[in-house]
Design a protein around this ligand. Structure first.
Ligand code: DHB
Ligand code: MG
Length: 230
């Protein structure tokens, strides 16, 4: 975490408190995270209380068809799958077969494999495939979309996601603050530029109504953008 901004370990400890107070029953995601640690996966998963937020948003909105861009080990996928009714389904996209191997084992561990369809390949190509399938009436639009892959392509993913959306679709993007680098003009890294372009695309598109919130805690200082398709 950026120590010039965050001077204490209190946000991290507050996350621990929240987990102890409110997430003590959510043992499946905790087991999955322990497995990912043992598998030496990059621990760039969402914080548990953020995974639970996705879970609650799905239950609040009644979303049944979910698209996730960026599976990694499937931690957030599992939080979302646990929110779904029996007929619910998640399509999750990732480029890295090694990550997907861990994700498959994690879905089995969480007993949610039957709700999840993995598509291996570039997210761009998988999205183009999903658009084609929707146009052939083989796929209904998605109710909720979670974008959490390579940040530099966020504007592209948003554009393609809108073609598998409907009025009312919820689109959520992870990592939209990145320690405040978002507004540090000297930071011109491709991922930070991608995030700025994502905000601009949200702003410019009259079909999207959006907000973003900063998050702080066990995963440092970051944020989530949340939009609804008008
Ligand atoms: C990174 C990616 C993420 O999706 C995240 O939540 C945190 C970090 C990364 O690539 O560093
Ligand atoms: Mg992320």
């Amino acid at each position: 975490m950026r120590s010039d901004v965050i001077l204490t370990d209190l946000p991290d400890k507050v996350d621990t408190y929240i987990e102890e107070q409110l997430l003590s029953q959510d043992d499946i995601p905790a087991q999955v995270l322990a497995y990912h640690q043992a598998q030496r996966m990059p621990m760039i998963n969402m914080a548990p209380n953020q995974g639970k937020l996705l879970n609650l948003l799905i239950r609040m909105s009644g979303a049944k068809r979910i698209l996730e861009i960026g599976t990694l080990g499937g931690y957030s996928t599992i939080w979302m799958a646990l929110a779904l009714p029996a007929e619910g389904k998640i399509v999750t996209l990732d480029f890295d077969e090694n990550y997907l191997e861990v994700a498959r084992a994690s879905f089995a561990m969480a007993k949610v494999s039957d709700k999840i369809e993995i598509r291996h390949g570039s997210a761009r190509q998988s999205l183009l495939d999903l658009i084609a399938e929707k146009e052939q009436n083989k796929q209904a639009p998605f109710d909720l979309i979670f974008i959490d892959a390579d940040k530099e392509n966020n504007p592209l993913y948003l554009r393609l996601c809108l073609q598998v959306s409907r009025s009312g679709t919820v689109i959520i993007a992870d990592n939209v603050v990145r320690d405040g680098k978002l507004i540090t003009a000297s930071d011109k890294a491709p991922n930070i530029r991608g995030i700025r372009s994502y905000y601009q695309a949200l702003q410019e598109n009259p079909l999207l109504d959006s907000t973003a919130i900063q998050t702080m805690g066990s995963k440092g200082w970051d944020g989530l953008a949340i939009s609804i398709v008008i």
